[in-house]
Ligand binder design. Structure first.
Ligand code: FES
Length: 109
């Protein structure tokens, strides 16, 4: 398993970028959703490019959707499904995570 972050670092209304493999850029997006955590690859299904234009700039101002700043596609934060924009109906790639009893979030697999 790959360590990602602490649960306490994640919020419901904003997402953070993570670089767990030291690629020099945030390849994953993580946020709280309900009692759990959602982690997606930071690749828009429209053109397979990173979603953000600034550090941790992954969500709309109202905190309701993930957004790709290239062409404005909106994604559900629970499923990663695009609900508005040029990749409507496509989804961000979701990754499985687990949370241990110390509040550490791990990528499974
Ligand atoms: S590259 Fe993300 S909406 Fe076009």
């Amino acid at each position: 398993m790959t360590y990602l972050c602490q649960l306490s670092e994640l919020r419901h209304d904003s997402a953070i970028g993570l670089d767990p493999w030291c690629d020099g850029r945030d390849t994953l997006i993580a946020l709280r959703y309900g009692d759990g955590v959602r982690v997606f690859r930071n690749n828009c299904p429209h053109y397979d490019v990173p979603m953000h234009y600034r550090k941790n700039g992954f969500m709309t101002a109202d905190g309701q959707h993930l957004v790709c700043f290239a062409h404005g596609a909106l994604f559900r934060p629970d499923s990663g499904e695009c609900v508005l924009g040029p990749c409507l109906g496509q989804s961000l790639k979701a990754l499985e995570v687990s949370i241990d009893d110390k509040g550490s979030v791990w990528l499974v697999g």
